[in-house]
Design a protein around this ligand. Structure first.
Ligand SMILES: *[C@@H]1O[C@H](CO)[C@@H](O)[C@H](O)[C@H]1NC(C)=O
Ligand SMILES: [Zn+2]
Length: 300
């Protein structure tokens, strides 16, 4: 039997020997490995997105909790129904899993910004959002940026039309890209033009959002995909729309499952230059096509 100190001494010796041996062999293998490995970045998941469904079966809204995994700094996007959001936040802040730093609102409508007052009773947080959002502290200018923790960079993108204060928030963590689009862009659809016109929605979808990298995942404010596909199928028949139809029949939730690149294929409001759609609506100016599509959808 060895005494405890001698066992520690022995393991120290063994570990140094092992380290020495590894070091001896490393230079020979490393050149080969580094050359190969460096092409594939280490899968780092710096940005964690949790969807919180609200008013399921009626509004079918989503709040989103986004966390920088390293620092645990987190933001809550559109926490409109506190009874459904607060329990999630409480559990995570109590356990130390997250450190909430902001409320973010995509626009002023009650089913997006209407929970702010109640959330503030439990968490003292600044509110970043459009100018008409309840209790807003900061309205970021178009294309201005801020960080969440060490690795998430957020860019505010003004997309006035559904409301004049609509802002989409584009999140990047180096390897992952996501955009939170509120009621401007839905999977396979877009929001109603309550405070804007077709020129503005065309710009929002087909200039501002379309210019994001194609692999950017889309996180909208509502689960409206089934209804959007039903309309899209009346307007256009393509492979992407058939795929979206199939996916939405098989999956209750579609947020984060499609990208800006996918939207350019299956979202008819992002295909205003498609000759088949132009022929159907009898217009060839993109803004006029946008206007016609929205009117058709509103009537459908
Ligand atoms: C659409 O709204 C913009 C911004 O308010 C305005 O400048 C433009 O004239 C409007 N266009 C039409 C066709 O009403
Ligand atoms: Zn809205």
């Amino acid at each position: 039997m060895h005494s405890l100190p001698s066992r520690i001494l022995l393991s120290c010796f063994l570990m140094s020997f092992l380290a020495y041996t590894i070091k001896q062999f490393t230079p020979r293998i490393s050149a080969r490995f580094i050359a190969r490995v460096s092409y594939e970045p280490v899968a780092s998941r710096a940005m964690h997105i949790q969807s919180i469904p609200m008013w399921e079966g009626t509004g079918n809204n989503y709040a989103y909790l986004v966390t920088d995994d390293k620092s645990k700094e987190s933001v809550i996007i559109d926490p409109a129904n506190p009874p459904e959001v607060l329990p999630v936040l409480k559990e995570k802040t109590d356990s130390g899993a997250i450190k909430l730093s902001k409320i973010i609102n995509t626009h002023h409508h009650h089913d997006h910004a209407g929970g702010n007052t109640e959330i503030l009773k439990h968490y003292k947080l600044p509110i970043v959002g459009g100018k008409d959002c309840s209790q807003v502290t900061t309205t970021p200018s178009h294309k201005s940026q801020f960080n969440i923790g060490e690795s998430i960079k957020v860019t505010a993108l003004h997309t006035p039309c559904h409301t004049q204060d609509s802002i989409c928030f584009y999140f990047e963590d180096g390897s992952e890209r996501a955009v939170f689009t509120g009621d401007t862009l839905f999977i396979g659809g877009c929001g109603r033009f309550f405070e804007g016109n077709a020129t503005e929605m065309h710009k929002a979808l087909n200039e501002v959002l379309a210019s994001l990298p194609d692999d950017t995942k889309v996180y909208p404010g509502h689960e409206y995909t089934k209804g959007n596909v039903r309309f899209a199928k009346k307007v256009l028949d393509n492979e992407a729309i058939r795929k979206l139809d199939e996916f939405s029949q098989a999956n209750k939730e579609t947020q984060g499952k499609f990208t800006i690149g996918d939207e350019k294929q299956h979202n008819v409001f992002m295909r205003v230059s498609d000759p088949n759609i132009q022929q159907l609506v009898g217009q060839n100016e993109p803004v006029e096509v946008m206007k016609s599509l929205r009117e058709m959808k509103d009537r459908s």
